[in-house]
Design a protein around this ligand. Structure first.
Ligand SMILES: OC[C@@H]1[C@@H](O)[C@H](O)[C@@H](O)c2nc(CNc3ccccc3)cn21
Length: 601
């Protein structure tokens, strides 16, 4: 029979009201539950009325799975959701944080720190558009991006996920939301989520709030800051995200002045929902409510109570969903969690699902399959790589600039741990959660890029870590040394020394003391480089460029100029940290905003 909520001609508020009026408590709580794909099935979706599924970092249906394998998996789960009494479609989320990075063959864009160096919001919007298409290629409708952290200490393992230490740069880069979700219509009500359609995805501004401001950059730790500091540094990107119609916001693992964000009613409900009028849904992080207690999970019922009553609408459980459902059900029966809280959460979740057309188009097809890793997207990523490069040194007095390099030369040496390693240039959140070394997916290494850029007559010799005798017995016009950090994610990336991966420093010393060299740093953040600067002719920060290494060679050899500007202060020594632009004591090696250009030859 006719049911209003199924009628796309009805206003969204009418559809929500009609549907919510029909739902049992079990169906409502099911919508508030997100489970990991490894514990999901069509039967589980049907039995527990599950509203959402995710792929955690590296969680794929099969190694190197094709779009059709992805689409079949997502559709299988969706059919389970659609077979429930009310047929509410599920939404599938994944961390597409620099392209659809869990997926083999996807275009991997530079990580956010490199995008911050471009200062080009239009480019970032186009990256959002391409990313939405590559996510839809796999049948997925939701990405846990962008991370809008304002990283204030590069010792934080997630600093590369932050566009900048300066909130105004981060605010500019929230334009990626317009690419991911679509341009918001004129007179769109501020705070209301907006996702244009089948070639767009729901986005997720994360992690609310102050994730980038933890003490000494310790991941998931305590952000100690007064209200003015919070509202002037960490909060502004949420204003922009909400104005741009972001569909969801993820809560931070971190604490604010000792209060866990996942249990912070004042900020999640009092500020984000009531003051900023955010009308999409708030999602927890992975085991985020478990980590409200220490040790985590010590009192799960309390975790559920505190998280839901703080204003979390959907919990990324991700595995023990029956505990979550049972605990929340009994908390409601006891009146500890109010039904109005449940209805607010479900209303928000349904608003996102209705506005993005999920009820009308719950099932994916292969019409976007050819978007995955397509040439145009790789060219876009190559453009982003070019614009992300920051020239920090070019030439030693008294001679002129060293870059751009000549394409015709007698013999070129390429050296360094990061010259021929696609996994290293992609960084964390690349195929694996923490990334990995080697040929992780399809792409172009910096070495291959150099080889295809120089003249055919110019020999390129590659030696990862040449010794002195090799340098003594070989004659090179110049050398390109590519070194930096290994891939990492989250707490594993926390560092107190910020050194270049060994034997990088030795490679610099051995090569650059024997022949004129340019050093290219592949890292998620500024690293210790000062001691080696005198040894090199030129120094380039390449951040984590992703699969399209050609962009590095494009600029090194002068096909394009250097335009990147530091999105972060480059310290002299870690003893100075934290040190950010605007600090009273500011003594950087290279300041925020610094970046040399090539004098047009
Ligand atoms: O991947 C889902 C979320 C992600 O969106 C958050 O930004 C991040 O804080 C986050 N951390 C985890 C934990 N990841 C994990 C991956 C593999 C095994 C165990 C945990 C999941 N997530």
């Amino acid at each position: 029979e006719y049911m209003k909520y199924k009628d796309p001609k009805q206003p969204i508020n009418t559809r929500i009201k009609d549907l919510i009026g029909r739902m049992t408590l079990a169906e409502k709580i099911g919508q508030m539950t997100q489970i990991e794909r490894q514990v999901a099935s069509a039967d589980v979706m049907k039995k527990y009325f599950i509203g959402s599924i995710l792929s955690g970092g590296g969680s794929v249906p099969a190694p190197q799975a094709s779009p059709s394998i992805w689409v079949s998996m997502v559709n299988e789960f969706q059919k389970g959701a659609l077979s429930t009494r009310l047929g509410i479609p599920m939404i599938y989320g994944i961390d597409a944080v620099h392209g659809n990075n869990n997926v083999y063959n996807a275009t991997l864009f530079p990580h956010n720190v490199g995008l911050g160096a471009t200062r080009d919001p239009d480019l970032i919007k186009r990256i959002g558009e391409a990313t939405a298409l590559e996510v839809r290629a796999t049948g997925i409708q939701y990405t846990f991006a962008p991370c809008i952290a304002v990283c204030r200490d590069p010792r934080w393992g997630r600093c590369y996920e932050s566009y900048s230490e300066d909130h105004t740069v981060v605010q500019q880069m929230t334009d990626i939301i317009l690419g991911l979700q679509g341009e918001i219509p004129v007179n769109h009500t501020k705070g209301v989520p907006y996702v244009a359609g089948k070639d767009k995805v729901a986005a997720c501004a994360k992690h609310f709030v102050g994730d980038g401001g933890t003490h000494n950059g310790i991941n998931e730790n305590n952000t100690i800051i007064d209200e003015h500091g919070l509202l002037s540094i960490h909060m502004p990107p949420y204003y922009d995200s909400i104005i741009k119609g972001v569909a969801t916001i993820m809560v931070s693992y971190s604490s604010l002045n000792g209060v866990k964000m996942h249990a912070n009613h004042d900020l999640v409900t009092g500020y984000l929902k009531s003051k900023l009028h955010f009308r999409g849904f708030v999602i927890s992080d992975w085991l985020g409510i478990d980590r409200i207690t220490s040790p985590p999970g010590e009192n799960y019922t309390y975790s559920v109570q505190a998280g839901i009553n703080a204003g979390i609408d959907m919990v990324m459980v991700p595995y023990n969903y029956t505990d979550y459902i049972d605990d929340l059900t009994s908390l409601v029966h006891k009146g500890i969690v109010n039904m109005n809280r449940i209805d607010d959460a479900v209303r928000r979740i349904l608003r996102v699902k209705f506005t993005m057309g999920l009820f009308e188009n719950p099932l994916a097809d292969l019409s976007f399959a050819d978007q995955l890793g397509k040439k145009e997207h790789r060219e876009l990523a190559r453009e982003a790589v070019r614009k992300s490069l920051v020239l920090l040194k070019n030439g030693n007095p008294p001679n002129q600039q060293f870059l751009p390099l000549p394409k015709k030369a007698r013999r070129i040496l390429v050296a360094g741990s990061h010259a021929s390693n696609l996994g290293y240039q992609c960084g964390g959140w690349s195929i694996q959660w923490m990334g990995s070394s080697g040929d992780i997916t399809t792409g172009t290494t910096i070495l291959d890029a150099i080889k295809s850029t120089v003249a055919d007559s110019t020999p390129v010799v590659y030696s990862e870590n040449p010794d002195e005798s090799f340098m003594k017995h070989n004659d090179f016009s110049f050398a390109i040394v590519v070194v930096g950090e290994p891939p990492y994610s989250e707490t594993v990336g926390d560092s107190t020394d910020l050194t270049i991966l060994d034997p990088g420093p030795d490679t610099i010393r051995t090569v650059c003391s024997a022949v004129k060299c340019v050093v290219v740093i592949v890292s998620g953040r500024p690293v210790v480089i000062e001691p080696y600067v005198p040894l090199m002719e030129a120094l380039v920060a390449a951040w984590l460029p992703g699969t399209e290494g050609q962009g590095v060679a494009d600029v090194l050899f002068g096909d394009y100029g250097f335009t990147g500007k530091l999105p972060r202060t480059w310290f002299k020594s870690v003893d100075q940290l934290p040190m950010n632009v605007g600090d009273p004591h500011y003594d950087p090696l290279y300041p925020f905003g610094f970046g040399l250009a090539i004098n047009s030859s």
